[in-house]
Design a protein around this ligand. Sequence first.
Ligand SMILES: C[S@@+](CC[C@H](N)C(=O)[O-])C[C@H]1O[C@@H](n2cnc3c(N)ncnc32)[C@H](O)[C@@H]1O
Length: 314
Amino acid sequence: MKLKVVELFGGIGAFRKALINLKIPYKVIDYVEIDKNCVKSYNKLYQENFKPKSVVDYELPNEEVDILIHGSPCQDFSSIGKNKGGKENTNTRSSLLFKTIQIIKYAKYKPKWIIWENVVNVLSSNHLKVFCSYLNYLKNLGYETKYQVLNAKDFGIPQNRERIFAISFLGQNIFDFDKLDKKEMKNISYFLEDKVDDKYIVKQKSMLSHLVNQGYKSKFKGKLKIIKDFCYTISTKQMRVPNAGIVDLGNGKYRYLTERECFRLMGFTDDDFNKLREIYQEKENTTSSILYKQVGNSIIVDVLEAILKQILLL
Ligand SMILES: C[S@@+](CC[C@H](N)C(=O)[O-])C[C@H]1O[C@@H](n2cnc3c(N)ncnc32)[C@H](O)[C@@H]1O
């Protein structure tokens, strides 16, 4: 029997990638994503032909669904964003999470499992009410939710990326985060390229000043970190806001992570990356903001694999 899946806010389909890696027979009943570039990438990765569409006014097909996953937009919850929040009916991107509630509410067949992934900042005092309201809605629809903050580092990936995962089940939920199959973090050298183009070298003095504190000003307000055993959270704008950290090349030289490295550090393969490179071809002197954005927005495939493995055992 095939696992029937719906991906809302589907991006580049980290969940589908996890299903493929685990060799689970599956059927994607629908994929809903508004960004045309993401849809193009998804279609290329999984040989599909989806068109961009919005979750707004979306209705689930009249079919049984085993798992619905929705990694809804996080910008307005994120600590590095403007903190607009995700309250229902506020028209912020993060409030789209409540569109999922509407979609489930009016579905003829309610999905058995719902997986939601987002930034940890939803648990902060600013946003906790929104998260509780999400949980309450689900409870009223018959779901019981378990949630926990998971770090990619505990699932083999050398990236310090903490995300909240909320796993809801229609009925009594026996999902147990403590039983997730954790893995030792791999050596980051397997993820880094030996030789990279000069365009990845950090040249802006304003950026380097975050290391040596020479008083230059830049858009990047964070603290620039040097990657040692693991990188930090890969965000959507690696070149302008290199939260993931930079690689020390010695002799006072540093470089950004390449697009390929970011894909590897999110659990995608070089084969996946090469397929996307066919769409967004490498250009001299410029990096691909589209590829950085798509991968920075995605979910760590290895964490999803661990979640899926447990769901399938229940
Ligand atoms: C955090 S990302 C999710 C990425 C995805 N989980 C993955 O594996 O790559 C959120 C996605 O929601 C999409 N999005 C934003 N507004 C949307 C809408 N109204 N309808 C559908 N998708 C939307 C964005 O384009 C973005 O790709």
